[in-house]
Write a protein that binds this ligand. Structure first.
Ligand SMILES: NC(=O)c1ccc[n+]([C@@H]2O[C@H](COP(=O)([O-])OP(=O)(O)OC[C@H]3O[C@@H](n4cnc5c(N)ncnc54)[C@H](OP(=O)(O)O)[C@@H]3O)[C@@H](O)[C@H]2O)c1
Length: 436
């Protein structure tokens, strides 16, 4: 399909572009800037401003087979209605899809209710006050022969961006991770690449007049998310609750209210009816081990293939951490190659061969974390060959609540990893205590 996409340069729009193209569609990007954007996977680019609906006349030509409207609201209901009308009118009588992007904030606080579904009544908070009316306006186009569909994303994360990046930035600046409002606040979340796949599914096969929640995890405790954001920022301190009034001074009252909103929202309908399979790591894992944490990479070309290898390496190091923290002997051993691995401990004890490592691990790991544990962060990856990597890790001692033990030195594990049969494992490892 030839798909006209508004908001194509944005956070979600960039991922939607990638997944539409991967699914064989052509993206015509509507941008407000006139400069051609090189390096995008777009088929074409046309100029229009959603703050000026008149500029959109003629954007949807007869060759456009679908429209995805991702550009954010203007703040003026009349303007946004006029934008929808300008984009949707040329589709009338064609049965072609028009996908409007709303958001779960239109549901308001879900309170005690668990996993609110699409049929629930809307109770929009201030920042999205008139958005349900735009949703209704869009869905009314069904009677005009348009396959009108609404997608409501949860809080979007991944690719190092979105609202979680704001939490990482705040933690870095303040020296303490923050969350807003009450301690029990929960956010429905979705990985940006999973969400982009939902947009593709919606364009390809959502029925006319339907609403879909783009939600991977229905209710993530924001306190956990804040702790992970702190970790991404290198700040291992207990998360601090910031009252909404105080948050309003930083973010403005409308956004502060949204950040403090407690919601539990179901994304089950899209899984069932559209076959959507959101399977990427959850937001806490993504913050702690994924795209929010810069890694220096050497010896491999920039690009998605290298990114995928680095993600696999981070996942292996996350396994080391999980196994250590939970004293899982077999899981710890599974990170080593069976062929002649060598591990020199932080105290200089060299363990040679799998059996020696296994015997030592069985002896020392059970009970090792009774008082404290450690977090492991990949800092540098040098690809010596496509299937051999030298990896520098930072190991920090923490209490069981994840806060840093200040008077205990860090470790500097160094791993030589080998990729055998598609799986990275440790071929050789050395830990060193950092004394300065
Ligand atoms: N991020 C989330 O967690 C989340 C959650 C729920 C719903 N949503 C909704 O999803 C949509 C996209 O969000 P996002 O996070 O991808 O936002 P974003 O990163 O800020 O991107 C916004 C996009 O819209 C374009 N745009 C802004 N004003 C425009 C205008 N006047 N005319 C034409 N294009 C304009 C921007 O283009 P420029 O390059 O010119 O700036 C950019 O491409 C929004 O409607 C948002 O409310 C987002």
């Amino acid at each position: 399909m030839k798909v006209l996409l508004t908001g194509a340069t944005g956070y979600i729009g960039s991922a939607v572009t990638d997944h539409l193209v991967a699914a064989g569609h052509q993206v015509l990007a509507l941008t407000r800037g006139t400069d051609p954007q090189h390096g995008r996977a777009w088929h074409g680019q046309l100029v229009g401003d959603t703050a000026d609906p008149v500029s959109l006349a003629g954007a949807v030509t007869p060759e456009i087979e679908a429209v995805i409207h991702l550009a954010p609201p203007s703040g003026d209901a009349d303007i946004d209605t006029a934008v929808v009308e300008a984009l949707v009118t040329p589709l009338r009588g064609t049965g072609r899809p028009f996908v409007y992007t709303s958001g779960v904030w239109v549901l308001g606080a879900t309170g005690e209710a668990q996993e609110v579904a699409e049929e629930a009544p809307t109770h929009p908070i201030g920042i999205v006050g008139y958005r349900p009316r735009i949703e209704e306006r869009v869905l009314a186009e069904v009677t005009e022969g348009v396959r009108a569909v609404v997608v409501r994303p949860g809080i979007v994360y991944g690719r190092g961006g979105g609202i979680p990046a704001i939490l990482v930035d705040r933690a870095r600046r303040q020296g303490v991770p923050e969350y807003y409002g009450e301690e029990g606040v929960r956010w429905p979340t979705v990985h940006v690449d999973d969400l982009a796949e939902l947009f593709v599914a919606a364009v390809e096969r959502a029925e006319a007049g339907t609403i879909w929640h783009g939600v991977g995890d229905s209710a993530v405790p924001v306190r956990d998310l804040a702790r992970a954001a702190g970790r991404a920022a290198g700040v291992l301190a207990a998360p601090q609750a910031v009252p909404v009034e105080q948050a309003a001074e930083v973010f403005g009252p409308l956004f502060a209210e949204a950040l403090a909103l407690d919601q539990s929202v179901s994304g089950a309908a899209a899984r069932g009816a559209l076959g959507w399979q959101p399977g990427r790591p959850g937001v806490v894992a993504e913050l702690a081990f994924g795209s929010y944490r810069p890694v220096e990479v050497f010896g491999a070309p920039e690009g998605p293939e290298t990114d995928a290898e680095v993600a696999s390496i981070r996942s292996l190091v996350a396994d080391v951490e999980q196994a250590q923290q939970n004293e899982l002997v077999d899981r710890f051993l599974s990170v080593f190659r069976p062929e002649d691995p060598v591990w020199t401990t932080g105290h200089g004890k060299r363990l040679s061969g799998f059996e020696e490592i296994a015997t030592f691990t069985r002896k020392v790991l059970p009970g090792a974390t009774a008082e404290s544990t450690a977090v492991y962060d990949v800092e540098r990856v040098l690809f010596l060959r496509p299937d051999v990597a030298a990896v520098n890790v930072r190991q920090q001692p923490v209490r069981h609540d994840g806060t840093r033990i200040a008077d205990r030195p860090e470790g500097r594990p160094f791993y030589i990893l080998v990729k055998d049969d598609g799986t990275w494992r440790i071929g050789a490892a050395q830990n060193t205590v950092a004394v300065d």
